[in-house]
Design a protein around this ligand. Sequence first.
Ligand code: HMG
Length: 390
Amino acid sequence: MIVGIDKIAFFTSPYYIDMTDLANARGEDPNKYLIGIGQQKQSVIPPTQDVVTLAANAADEILDEADKQAIDMVIFGTESGIDQSKSAAIYVQSLLGIGKSARSFEIKQACYGATAGIQMAFDHVTQHPKSKVLVLAADIARYGLNTPGEVTQGGGAVAMLITAQPDILALDGQSAFYSDDIMDFWRPAYRREALVDGHYSTDVYIDFFNRTWNQYQAQTNRHLDDFKAIAFHLPFTKMGLKALRSVVHDHPSAVGLLEQFEFSRQYNALVGNLYTGSLYLSLLSLLANSDDLKPGDRIGLFSYGSGAQGEFYSGKIIADLQSQKLAEPVNHLLNNRIKLTISEYEKMYQQGLPMNGRDYEFDITKDHNRFVLAGRKANRRLYKDTKNRI
Ligand code: HMG
């Protein structure tokens, strides 16, 4: 039986900043951000969107009523959780009207959470072929204004439906993973911004990629020429390029893999880091934009979550992949965003629910998305479905 990704959707904020503007404001050469880091634009998330609404808005694009009844597991990968106890998955399940006979929970391991979710979903559907599992990956990447990490911020959500006989990617079911206790990036519970040892984190990422890739090759006897493309977790798009270069060297497959990599970073360069969702936005970017994917082509996926966990796994393109259908909603979203000046971004960046728990109401009239965060009352977050007026 084939199990894999049947549907995939992406959502981000309607606001962005341009990396040339940010470089100019920070006294850097724009080419450092555009070429050295590989980012062109960065999503800026308004206070009326959080990981719950980002994920609900993404999943809303792909789920029909039959899906909502068939889903028996909702897995939410995030490191931007909105509660220390209650999972973001329960909120999304309720907002979308997904049936209540479901397991619904959140997974955390930095940017890796959604990959754990996909592997769990794969095992579950393999055992229960009629099941459908909704895997959500949503985050808001924050390092702070005027920090070296600022150019690698961003945010958004990817929603994926894992089923038997999928329409997009059939997972191979083999994967290689590696973990170690490493302080490259972390966010203590009292902070809104991450702490990071930036250069060390990039070295660890490459080390974990090499380890898991070598382990995967030893396990499967598959090598570079068995792959049409490799999609990477992309905290910034140059990171994936560095990792790919570390294994392709002058291998005959190098040119093809480097060409496909360019398709896989198109969307990420316009959005920035969305932590758990980053690898899956890159996969979507590849599927939507590549001019050369054929049924049966094998795609590698490298997932990395600081702290640190790495995993390399793979899947094959399904016969009637409809690239245009995948590209249209993302292009529409990204082409219709509002550009903020750097001072408008700095103001928006500092907005949010007060940290002291007091009641608060946001002005939601400017947020035209279906699901919005309206504020907080009596320590309860107030979500609104503007379509159904609840
Ligand atoms: P930095 O120190 O400001 O940048 O911070 P740099 O000096 O290293 O320069 C960056 C690149 O730009 C270099 O290229 C320069 O040569 C080049 P490289 O040598 O690396 O190939 N450059 C130029 N290129 C063209 N024209 C120019 C120019 N000037 C310089 N004029 C850093 C960079 C990434 C460290 C920083 O932004 C940071 O700390 N970011 C956050 C951490 C991060 O994203 N780490 C990635 C790996 S860890 C990970 O992926 C997990 C994560 O997603 C979290 C999670 O798991 O939850 C972060």
